[in-house]
Design a protein around this ligand. Structure first.
Ligand SMILES: Cc1cc2nc3c(=O)[nH]c(=O)nc-3n(C[C@H](O)[C@H](O)[C@H](O)COP(=O)(O)OP(=O)(O)OC[C@H]3O[C@@H](n4cnc5c(N)ncnc54)[C@H](O)[C@@H]3O)c2cc1C
Length: 431
């Protein structure tokens, strides 16, 4: 039990959702029928075990509906969303469900209250040299590729690694909740925004050394900015990631990846392959240079997921290569993306929503469940790629979360596979 509790505490830290966890446990204990039956006892144990394995969000979003139906196992399975008509019939993939939710109901039912943090704003103004770069109540939707999300109480844009470091130190010393934002390409921001400080990283200096090392501050945009500089200098290693929206910091956080060049496309390439070192600020205020091993890179993973360390800049070891060949790779990769992915400007998204399942494919499971085209409010599973949800029509974060819940529930019911989300949920989801 000790291990179980330790793991649970760890999960709380990882997701930063202690209250959500306590709430879930209360919900679970309230719902266990009294006297406890063999079936419900087994189900409860299974739920806790699964909570430990997959994390709180997965339990709440996928397994809770199953648990809720336990008292009457014969009842048809219904996920926790309201339907305009009948739920979609997964066998008819050409007739998507349209699940209605009232738009903007969240802001109407629960006002978003900005918190002042007076002392913090002054300290931020001091390190940035002016109060005119400290903003209050900033709508975050435009700063994400999903174009979804409510306001942040405080918002700053550091323009260099040193400014980023100084701003973070203010956040650490004042204890204000904060979040380092890159291009917002791998996150969903809640409809009620973020209670605290959003640090939108715009540290954007790039330098190229004689030995082929490229040093980039962490707010540098990978494409076009970093890739264009590297390719213009005849340096290869980053061109594979053309067309992917990311800052350098976000790329290291997630270990940016794409397929190796056409026509073979033999394997997945990761940005870790060219990471040499990085300048990192730890939560205790220590700024130090680390090598690639520090990041413990994996698929969609780096150690940054489990710490509050922030990358200030990174250096990449690139190799001399033929520019024409690099441009061919870039052009083929851009064509590949255009053919398979929804265009970000017309159909905003956060890329793949669910983590890869080796040898199976999250997108394939969603497709096989007939969920392409399914809608909740303004959020839709795009027909181009089943693992991508788009903001079709003024979607709210609540729409997206409900659609995610629904997909997870249908896929686990139909295939037995548990889909885990790849994107990070940021801020206040209003309940
Ligand atoms: C259309 C589309 C296609 C995509 N295709 C791919 C793809 O092919 N391959 C792929 O790997 N990904 C893909 N993605 C996902 C996304 O592009 C990457 O995850 C990207 O690295 C996110 O970078 P970002 O700067 O937007 O980070 P954000 O989304 O802003 O932040 C993501 C996380 O990184 C953290 N972070 C940001 N900067 C720092 C820093 N300096 N130090 C520490 N932590 C930091 C944030 O705090 C947050 O936790 C795609 C996304 C979209 C929208």
């Amino acid at each position: 039990m000790g291990n179980l509790w330790d793991r649970s505490c760890y999960l709380q830290r990882v997701y930063g959702e202690r209250l959500r966890f306590v709430h879930l446990i209360r919900k679970l204990s309230d719902q266990v029928p009294q006297p406890i039956s063999k079936t419900s006892a087994f189900a409860t144990v299974r739920l806790f075990a699964t909570a430990v394995r997959f994390g709180i969000r997965t339990v709440e979003t996928i397994l809770w509906p199953q648990f809720a139906r336990l008292p009457s196992p014969d009842q048809p399975f219904l996920p926790r969303i309201s339907y305009a008509s009948a739920p979609p019939n997964p066998t008819h993939s050409t007739t998507p469900a349209v699940i209605q939710t009232s738009k903007h109901h969240i802001h109407g039912s629960r006002p978003v209250l900005a918190v002042a943090y007076p002392g913090v704003a002054d300290k931020l103004a001091a390190v940035l040299g002016t109060s005119e770069r400290v903003f209050r109540n900033v709508d975050l939707a435009p700063y994400t590729t999903f174009k979804i999300g409510g306001p942040a109480d405080l918002f700053v844009e550091p323009r260099s690694a040193d400014e980023l470091c100084a701003v973070l130190k203010v956040a650490y010393s004042s204890g204000i909740p904060h979040f380092v934002l890159g291009l917002g390409a791998n996150i969903l921001v809640g409809d009620c925004g973020f209670r605290g400080l959003i640090i939108r990283n715009r540290a954007n200096a790039i330098s190229v050394l004689d030995d082929g090392t490229v040093i980039a501050e962490s707010g540098v945009i990978v494409f076009p900015d970093l890739i264009d500089v590297a390719v213009a200098a005849g340096l290869s290693g980053l061109e594979h990631y053309v067309g992917i929206p990311s800052t350098v910091g976000g790329a290291l956080w997630q270990n940016l990846h794409f397929l190796s060049p056409a026509p073979e496309r033999l394997r997945t390439m990761f940005i870790e392959e060219v990471v040499l070192s990085a300048d990192v600020l730890e939560r205790d205020g220590r700024r130090h240079n680390v090598d690639r091993d520090y990041f413990n890179f994996g698929y969609d993973y780096s150690t940054l997921h489990d710490s509050e360390a922030v990358v200030l800049s990174a250096s990449f070891a690139l190799e001399n290569a033929n520019q024409q060949n690099m441009r061919r790779i870039m052009s083929e990769n851009l064509d590949w993306r255009r053919a398979r992915h929804p265009p970000l400007d017309a159909e905003p998204s956060a890329g793949s929503i669910f983590k890869k399942i080796d040898g199976v494919g999250a997108g394939r499971l969603i497709d096989q469940a007939g969920l392409k085209g399914t809608r909740v409010g303004g959020a839709e599973v795009t027909r181009r790629h089943a693992n991508i949800l788009i903001n079709r029509d003024q979607a709210t974060a609540s729409d997206v979360r409900k659609l995610i819940n629904y997909i997870q529930a249908v896929v686990v019911e139909k295939s037995g596979y548990v889909l885990e989300t790849e994107i990070r949920f940021v801020g206040d989801f209003c309940g």
